[in-house]
Design a protein around this ligand. Structure first.
Ligand SMILES: [Fe+2]
Length: 274
């Protein structure tokens, strides 16, 4: 049971509505030593390792993110000094990390009906590095393993619907940070043993403290979340036709109709390809 003192009342009332802190006991687990992470990075396919310079502004155009010229292995070994940001993706392909992911998410599953597509990511970042402002598709719990980072999370309501639709259209996760919203963020100071729940589409940015940091991100999807994603895709297409669609969640029956229309369209597409 890696998530300790899990507040089930809070999970029931706040899960995917607002961010909240959790505690875990993975901070001394040997799977997260730098040596083990080097071994893991060697085993993962190259496309599962993304890394770049870590001293970035909060708003970063993904097409101009600077690279460091270091190898994956050098980046991890020299993470204390190489001013880098790295993510090891889909680490659940490795049985050790799969087990850790499942042990954590089995504790959350009773509160997330239909939990599916469990995936895990490990972030390895240098002192002072920044993860620019962005949103994610998945339900997420970010567990801090070593070092300190502060994560500032905002309510998705501060975003314009078109910003979320662009992301569901397939554009990069990074967003433009609007300074006028700065005071509306909730900042969580994460140290080893602490974690935070990030609701789907809750925009956030992360700033590392003065030491190298390792974080374990455990994510999943649900049928409800996937239905909402489909409605964003439909709304994006409607907007492309010059219409002004209702906000996702404003009229549940309209959302349902859009979702069923989308599901039928996808089914027809699959049949045509078969
Ligand atoms: Fe994120």
């Amino acid at each position: 049971m890696p998530l300790v003192d899990l507040d089930t009342d809070r999970l029931r009332s706040e899960f995917n509505r607002r961010p909240f802190g959790v505690h875990h006991d993975l901070e001394r687990h040997p799977a997260f030593s730098l040596e083990k992470l080097v071994e893991l990075a060697r085993r993962l396919p190259p496309e599962a390792v993304e890394y770049n310079a870590g001293d970035l502004p909060l708003t970063q155009d993904p097409t101009t993110t600077p690279h460091t010229g270091l190898s994956i292995e050098e980046t991890i070994r020299r993470i204390h000094e190489c001013r880098s940001w790295m993510v090891l993706k889909r680490v659940e392909v490795d049985p050790t990390y799969r087990r850790l992911l499942d042990d954590c998410l089995d504790q959350i599953a009773p509160h997330a009906p239909g939990m599916r597509r469990r995936q895990a990511f490990i972030f390895v970042s240098s002192p002072g590095s920044v993860t620019p402002y962005h949103i994610d598709h998945e339900y997420n719990f970010l567990l801090q393993i070593r070092g300190q980072k502060s994560m500032t999370i905002f309510d998705p309501a501060i975003l314009d619907e078109t910003e979320i639709e662009r992301f569901y259209r397939g554009e990069h996760r990074n967003l433009v940070f609007d300074e006028s919203h700065a005071a509306r963020g909730h900042t969580f100071e994460l140290t080893p043993g602490h974690g935070v729940h990030v609701p789907v589409n809750a925009p956030h940015y992360v700033k590392n403290g003065s030491e190298a940091s390792v974080s374990f991100s455990i994510t999943f999807r649900t049928p409800e979340g996937d239905r909402r994603s489909a409605v964003y895709i439909v709304n994006d297409k409607l907007r492309g036709l010059g219409l002004t669609p209702r906000k996702v969640g404003a009229l549940p029956l309209v959302d349902r109709a859009k979702y069923f229309g989308y599901a039928l369209y996808k089914q027809a597409q699959r049949r045509l390809r078969a």
